[in-house]
Design a protein around this ligand. Structure first.
Ligand code: 3PG
Length: 208
């Protein structure tokens, strides 16, 4: 399935920060068990690439990608680790070219009309809208649908159970990302069962 179609099917992308490599596989299993199989592991920690590799090798059903990728070197490292997609906070020629070179889909970030126009000129039409809440939230995405009817968005940043459907109900939003279903302390005894419950709850929030 094309990556856009995977996003349309699941509609929610957990954004994960792994500090301790030992947490990667149990957390990914819990999220997949809860119905969220597209997992973005951000390259913000030393453990991130090894976490992607472990999830790719060991978690059945997971589609693991790398987030916070801001240059071609990180793109290559993410693909080498096993990332099936890449998310970037911004849109540059460098990361879009890397996506072509590695034949790996990218969701580059945009927050303005000019950034969308840059992305369109690079041949893309699906973008991360970031940081969503502070960039105008769902009303901004709705307004951008006027001049850019061909563009689809996956907003992240400040999204949670309360405002998820304000985004997902827009026709130009295919999915939304966020960290709200990942417990902040993964050392807690029940952290992984909690993640599974919160993932399942997040899925039930999605209105058909
Ligand atoms: C991020 O890049 O940190 C994501 O947008 C997640 O944002 P959140 O923690 O506000 O959900």
């Amino acid at each position: 399935m094309a990556f856009d179609d995977e996003l349309r099917a699941t509609r929610i992308v957990p954004v994960i920060v792994i500090k301790d490599l030992a947490h990667a596989v149990p957390l990914a299993r819990a999220l997949v068990e809860g119905g969220l199989n597209i997992l973005e592991v951000t390259l913000r920690t030393d453990a991130a690439l090894a976490a992607i590799a472990a999830i790719a090798a060991e978690v059945k059903g997971a589609i693991v990608g790398a987030g916070t990728v801001i240059n071609a070197g990180q793109f290559a490292a993410a693909v080498d680790a096993g990332a099936k997609f890449v998310v970037s906070p911004g849109t540059t020629q460098e990361v879009v070219q890397a996506s072509r070179q590695h034949n790996t889909p990218i969701l580059p970030g945009v927050a303005t009309a000019s950034e969308i126009m840059l992305g369109l000129s690079l041949g893309l039409s699906t973008f991360k809208f970031f940081p969503a809440e502070t960039s105008g939230g769902a009303p901004a995405i709705k307004a951008l649908g006027g001049p850019f009817p061909q563009v689809r968005f996956c907003p992240t940043g400040g999204i949670g159970a309360k405002n998820l459907n304000a985004y997902l109900s827009l026709p130009n939003v295919i999915a939304a990302g966020g960290s709200w279903m990942v417990p902040s302390d993964l050392n807690e005894a029940d952290a992984f069962s909690c993640a599974a419950v919160m993932a399942r709850e997040a899925r039930t929030l999605v209105q058909p």
